[in-house]
Write a protein that binds this ligand. Structure first.
Ligand code: 2E7
Ligand code: F3S
Length: 423
């Protein structure tokens, strides 16, 4: 299939060197209804990776006599058996490098055109703890108006954070960035008692968005340490959840990240030892660490129920069900999202390459060339609309058949904290 590049001038748009505007819809001046471009997010990403500053929006191609008007580079193409699609990008008329970048991105797009199957993992995307945390910030904003301060990212997702920022949330790393007497929301990952005391000392009004399943682990940390155990915490160093939970009994807790760490463990009394885990770990890897612990410490005591939460477990199970039959797995989620990264690793361990993407713009089209079946899932902090956007973009590359593999149904809901319940 040939990609055809036409140059048409666009009016009322000014673009400098190194800038490009990707058409989300494109039409001629006399077009009543401009044609939506499904591949716009894919092109945006491809052009950013080629070094251009990229914006996007609907574009109208009109004849123009001004030599400074941007040029619209457009490709109309018909992926096998699908309706005609359009891709279009405007650049400055004398920007040779930008033109080359657009041509190369359109060629990359052309190479990815084919029909495909999309295997959707279910459950995927938001869990009950994330729904609750986002709603807490929204309600705090409705109650108090902007700004509402949030300690750390409410959940580890760049789109969720940006959206709340636009609506008046201010994300801070430390409490000393919050003005005295203001309201601060604690993130879903939980905080140590030290952070709670610091908020008290500053006279802040606290609304706690800690996931109730993390609160359960904190309570166990206090209980196990209180009965004299050394509490081994299996988790990732530096993660906010790990820091919060370790803070519950820092003198009696030790961090173990993997089975290799177990060999080097020194504990006061090997008969008084228990373990807890981060909620978002890989189920299979954690089982190995627990096995290694049991082998070294036969008296090891377990938490009352698994700490790896239902949402983490279900998303991993669902991914297993699709990865084996996929050529490539796309995981929607941010780079600092532990549960999302575990999904990428799980797929890779199963032998299916996987890519973590914040949104459709991060899909590298050249990687799709040989891919007949795309596995698709999203971490617990990734909004479901982003999964829809990925499906829509893939449909711009050719006819797709979407099948969902549901391993279980989730109907967990958590009550909101009293502070925001009345609204
Ligand atoms: C809170 C907890 O925000 P996330 O990406 O967090 P992780 O821990 O996976 O980096 O996902 C939701 C979430 C998961 N666990 C929130 Cl404790
Ligand atoms: Fe809670 Fe698990 Fe979600 S700990 S925030 S339900 S991923």
């Amino acid at each position: 299939m040939q990609t055809e590049i036409q140059a048409v001038r666009t009016a009322d748009l000014s673009l400098g060197q190194g800038e490009a505007m990707v058409a989300t819809a494109v039409g001629r001046q006399d077009d009543a209804r401009p044609t939506r471009s499904r591949v716009a997010p894919l092109l945006e990403g491809a052009l950013r990776r080629r070094g251009l500053a990229v914006s996007s929006g609907p574009l109208q191609a009109v004849p123009s006599s001004k030599p400074t008007d941007p040029v619209l580079l457009a490709a109309a193409y018909t992926p096998h058996g699908a309706a005609e699609q359009t891709a279009a990008v405007a650049v400055a008329p004398d920007d040779r490098a930008a033109r080359d970048a657009v041509q190369s991105a359109l060629l990359e797009l052309e190479s990815a055109l084919r029909s495909r199957a999309v295997l959707l993992a279910s459950p995927r995307s938001f869990c009950a703890g994330v729904d609750r945390a986002i709603e807490i910030v929204e309600r705090a904003l409705a109650q108090e108006g902007a700004p509402v301060y949030v300690r750390k990212q409410i959940v580890h997702n760049v789109h969720v954070v940006q959206d709340l920022e636009r609506r008046g949330a201010v994300f801070v790393d430390e409490l000393d960035e919050v003005p005295p007497a203001a309201t601060v929301v604690f993130s879903a990952h939980g905080v140590s008692p030290e952070v709670r005391s610091a908020a008290d000392r500053r006279g802040l009004r606290v609304i706690d968005a800690t996931c109730p399943l993390v609160t359960k682990v904190h309570a166990e940390a206090r209980r196990f340490a209180g009965r004299g155990d050394t509490v081994v915490f299996i988790g990732h160093a530096g993660h906010e959840e790990t820091e919060g939970t370790l803070g519950e009994a820092s003198d009696r807790m030790v961090l173990v990240e993997n089975a290799a760490d177990v060999a080097g463990l020194r504990v006061a009394d090997p008969d008084r030892i228990s373990y807890l885990t981060q909620t978002t770990l890989a189920v299979d890897e954690t089982a190995e660490v627990i096995e290694a612990l049991k082998e070294r410490f036969p008296a090891l005591r377990a938490p009352h129920s698994e700490d790896i939460c239902y949402a983490t477990t279900n998303r991993q199970e669902a991914l297993r069900a699709v990865a084996a039959d996929s050529d490539l797995v796309l995981v929607v989620g941010s780079v600092n999202s532990s549960n999302s990264r575990r999904l990428v690793e799980l797929s890779t361990r199963q032998g299916t390459p996987a890519q973590l993407i914040d949104d459709a713009s991060e899909i590298e089209m050249h990687r799709l060339r040989e891919v007949a079946t795309v596995g698709l899932t999203a971490g617990a902090s990734a909004p479901p609309q982003l999964v829809e956007q990925v499906i829509d973009s893939l449909a711009g590359l050719g006819p797709i058949s979407v099948k969902e593999r549901q391993v279980t149904q989730e109907n967990v809901q958590f009550a909101l904290p009293r502070a925001v319940r009345a609204i």
